[in-house]
Design a protein around this ligand. Sequence first.
Ligand SMILES: *Cc1c(COP(=O)(O)O)cnc(C)c1O
Length: 221
Amino acid sequence: MSLGLRIEGLRARIQRACEAAGRDPRDIELLPVSKKQPTALIREAAAFGFTRFGENYVQEGADKAAAAPDLGFVLIGPLQRNKAKPALQCFAEIQSLDRPELAERLRHLAEELKLIRPVWIQVDLWDEATKLGGCTETDLPALIDALGSDARLPLQGLMAIPPPEDDGAFAELAALRDRLQQELGQPLRLSMGMSGDLEAAIAAGSDQIRIGTAFFGERIR
Ligand SMILES: *Cc1c(COP(=O)(O)O)cnc(C)c1O
């Protein structure tokens, strides 16, 4: 299937999900996830008007950012402390901020490099002992403290990869977002929903869906 047809199919899915949920499709951001996809295909997607792409690995993102400096790349994969500097340099936004030490490191580097990078907090409410990363609800106050409303790292919202078998996960995330919004007195967006579960995520209030395979097809490299 061509990229154009897959994008058309996705738009139709988003439209139907929004109709069912009484939401406006214009309120849902579609972030294509281009990990393990060649830059040529990202270029093709850019021709359809997409300007920002999710990437999981710092080195891969750095290579693509160098090859396509006119596009923006968003880090959605786990970030090691020792990769914080290249990550800040090559990504337009970091969605996988998940621990206080990393927030401190990013603040220090953003100041040193004089960079502004929007960040999202990745949360894990399910204590999944996985390598996906994410801050537990218990550790969230310490992380927000460490971020300290730094103007160089403006907080955009919450990102999560909930366990696929958990039907209530998206609603839990939405409730956490609502609570945090109240507490911090600022609007926060929700990045949740992938190729297989975007409908449920939209129904629960997602603001941004991150779509890899349903957008680009199977990952190749
Ligand atoms: C790979 C990935 C996606 C996209 O997954 P698909 O199932 O291919 O849509 C979204 N979010 C994160 C964090 C990912 O790592």
